[in-house]
Design a protein around this ligand. Sequence first.
Ligand SMILES: Nc1ncnc2c1ncn2[C@@H]1O[C@H](COP(=O)(O)OP(=O)(O)O)[C@@H](O)[C@H]1O
Ligand SMILES: Cc1cn([C@H]2C[C@H](O)[C@@H](COP(=O)(O)OP(=O)(O)O)O2)c(=O)[nH]c1=O
Length: 205
Amino acid sequence: MSGLFVAFDGPGGAGKSTTVRLLRERLSEEGLPVVATTEPSHSALGRFTRAHTGDYRGLSLACLVAADRYHHLDTEIRPALAAERLVLCDRYLASSLVLQAGIDGVPSEFVRALNTHVDLPDLNVIMTAPPDVLRERLTTRGSHGRFEDDPANTGREIVLYQEVLPMLEGIGVSTLVIDTSPDVEVTVSRLIRTIQALWSHRHPQ
Ligand SMILES: Nc1ncnc2c1ncn2[C@@H]1O[C@H](COP(=O)(O)OP(=O)(O)O)[C@@H](O)[C@H]1O
Ligand SMILES: Cc1cn([C@H]2C[C@H](O)[C@@H](COP(=O)(O)OP(=O)(O)O)O2)c(=O)[nH]c1=O
């Protein structure tokens, strides 16, 4: 028996951080042993990487996020799963496939090779919304870095996340695409039901 690993990816402004925070609160209230985390992680390398996505690009950023991912797996994700926790991760492998390969132009075989030894999530939620909705949210919230600074990236990311779905499914990752245009409560309620069902299936009373 082990825990359950759910990753959340999608374009900037899709609602990943908001949703993971609300899921952590609500699922904890329901008694699930939730660990919410993020990539780049809170480690020194993760903080460095997050602070410098404007300075490091392409191959170098691909290596930084992959190194942070392996450290994150070793120090946080795998121990939590071994302790039968529910791990919710704000951004994971799909973000590398979209941002490093799709946006920065790193050959996708190289990004996949860098990530050969990562654990795959039990479920990868891909959050998305129409471009005008995302742009309005980003304008209101403010950009969180280079990838969100260029307005053209929003539409590109939406398409790229669609394009990585077959690849994720092909390597055995279950994916769930959620349009977050409706109210956040709609998104969160739906995800609570989905995650509770997966958890109960894995941990029958
Ligand atoms: N259905 C929804 N799900 C999540 N966030 C939503 C939703 N509708 C509106 N929002 C808003 O959109 C913004 C999304 O921001 P954030 O969670 O930081 O996105 P991301 O982490 O994907 O960049 C927040 O201001 C949030 O309140
Ligand atoms: C996980 C991951 C993140 N990143 C980048 C994208 C973002 O610029 C940054 C993470 O920032 P972001 O998710 O926007 O964080 P927050 O909204 O909490 O500030 O890291 C990659 O380039 N590749 C990856 O695989």
